[in-house]
Design a protein around this ligand. Structure first.
Ligand code: SF4
Length: 357
C-alpha cells in the first residue's frame, strides 16, 4: 500500500472517500452489505443484503462498482455488469466458508447420483451465497439462484411444475424453507461423500449439508435465556439459523427483512436478534428507542476484512489507473468460463421474484 495512506486516521480516510465520491459523481457507486461496520455502511450509496445489492448493482450504470462485502457478492455484481463496468472489492480474500462447501464437480456428482434415484426432474436451486462455478452449473440445468428473502418463492416455482429441488449449499435455509412450504417431511439430504439420508424418490427437496458458522452458533438456550429475562421480547432469526431456533422465533427473515421489522417495530419494543453481530450492533445504535439484543454476539470475520483504509485504496487504484495506466489492484477478474450460466441463473431469480410483483 502507498505511503500516502499509511498514517491516516479513520476520520481522514472517511474525508478522502467522501471527497472522491463527489469527484467521481455518478461514475462510482459503493455497495455496502448490512454486515459491514457502521463507518463503511455510512459511505455506501446502497446498503442492503445480498439480494438487494445484486438487484441494485444490476440497475446501476456507474462505470466503477466498489463492493463492500464478501467475494461471492462482488463476483455476482461482475456477472451481471455490462462489459464496460469495473467491479472492485477492497479485499479479495474476503471469502465465505459456506460458499466453499461445494464446487461444480461435487454439485455435478451429487446431481447425477440423485437423478438416478428419482423419477421426477430434479432442478438445482443455489443460494446466492455461492461462487460463479456452481451458479453456472445451475444455469446449464435451467435452475435458479435464490436469496434468503425469496427461497420459498423460488422453490415453490419449481415444485408447482411437478419437479423436485436439489438445494445447496445451506442446509438450514433449505430446511427452514421446506418448513415454510409445509414439506419438511418430504426432504432428503446429501453430503460431500455423496451419502444420502432419506428417500430421494419421494422427496420434494434434497438438501446439501453446508452451513454458515456465524448463524449456526445460535442455540435454543440463547433464546430461552433472553425470554426468561424479558417477558415481552420478540425473537428474530435469519433462516441460516437452525430449525430448532427458527421454531422458537417470532420472525424468520433475511437481513433486509430483519432490518425492516426493527425499523417498523413500536418504540419501546424489545427484540432479540440471531444474525451477524456487527449488524445487530448497528441496529441498536440506529434505533435507540428500541432495545435490540444479540442472541449471542457472532461476527463474520470475512465481512470485517473490509476496512476504511482498504476502501480508500480501492478508490485510489481507480485514480492511479486513470492517471498512470496502472492495473486496478482490487478488480474482480472476468469470469469468462462460468459467466453465461451464472448470469442466466441470477437473471432467472430476478425474473421469478420481480416478475411476480
Ligand atoms: S455471514 Fe456466513 S454466509 Fe455470510 S459471508 Fe459470513 S460466513 Fe458466509
Amino acid at each position: 500500500m502507498k505511503n500516502l495512506f499509511s498514517n491516516m486516521t479513520d476520520e481522514q480516510y472517511i474525508e478522502y472517500i467522501r471527497r472522491q465520491k463527489k469527484e467521481f459523481g455518478k461514475s462510482l457507486i459503493i455497495l455496502a452489505h448490512h454486515y459491514q461496520n457502521s463507518e463503511i455502511v455510512k459511505l455506501g450509496d446502497v446498503v442492503g443484503d445480498s439480494y438487494k445489492l445484486a438487484v441494485e448493482g444490476n440497475r446501476s450504470e456507474a462505470e466503477f462498482i466498489v463492493f463492500c462485502g464478501v467475494r461471492f457478492m462482488a463476483e455476482g455484481a461482475k456477472i451481471l455488469a455490462n462489459p464496460n463496468q469495473k467491479v472492485l472489492i477492497p479485499d479479495i480474500t474476503a471469502g465465505c466458508p459456506m460458499a466453499d462447501m461445494i464446487n461444480i464437480d461435487l454439485a455435478q456428482k451429487a446431481y447425477d447420483v440423485l437423478s438416478e434415484r428419482s423419477d421426477k426432474k430434479i432442478r438445482p436451486v443455489v443460494y446466492i451465497n455461492s461462487y460463479a462455478d456452481i451458479k453456472h452449473f445451475c444455469g446449464t440445468l435451467d435452475g435458479s439462484v435464490c436469496a434468503s428473502s425469496n427461497a420459498k418463492k423460488i422453490v415453490e416455482y419449481y415444485l408447482n411444475k411437478g419437479e423436485s429441488v436439489f438445494f445447496f449449499p445451506d442446509y438450514n435455509l433449505g430446511v427452514n424453507t421446506a418448513t415454510l412450504l409445509n414439506i419438511d417431511n418430504e426432504t432428503a439430504s446429501i453430503n460431500k461423500n455423496l451419502q444420502i439420508k432419506g428417500d430421494v424418490s419421494n422427496s420434494k427437496m434434497i438438501l446439501w449439508d453446508g452451513y454458515c458458522h456465524v448463524h449456526k452458533t445460535f442455540t435454543v438456550s440463547d433464546i430461552e435465556n433472553l425470554k426468561r429475562r424479558y417477558d415481552n421480547i420478540k425473537i428474530l432469526v435469519h433462516p441460516e439459523c437452525s430449525k430448532a431456533t427458527a421454531e422458537l422465533s417470532d420472525i424468520i427473515g433475511s437481513t433486509e427483512q430483519i432490518y425492516e421489522a426493527v425499523k417498523n417495530a413500536e418504540s419501546g419494543s424489545i427484540m432479540g436478534i440471531g444474525t451477524e453481530g456487527s449488524f445487530v450492533e448497528r441496529l441498536s445504535k440506529e434505533f435507540p428507542d428500541k432495545t435490540i439484543l444479540h442472541l449471542r454476539d457472532s461476527r463474520c470475520p470475512n465481512m470485517l476484512k473490509i476496512t476504511l483504509k482498504k476502501l480508500a485504496h480501492s478508490i485510489q487504484s481507480i485514480i492511479d489507473n486513470q492517471n498512470a495506466g496502472t492495473p486496478y489492484k482490487f478488480e474482480i477478474p472476468e469470469i469468462a468460463l462460468y459467466k453465461e450460466g451464472a448470469k442466466k441463473t441470477l437473471n432467472k431469480m430476478i425474473e421469478i421474484v420481480e416478475g411476480g410483483k
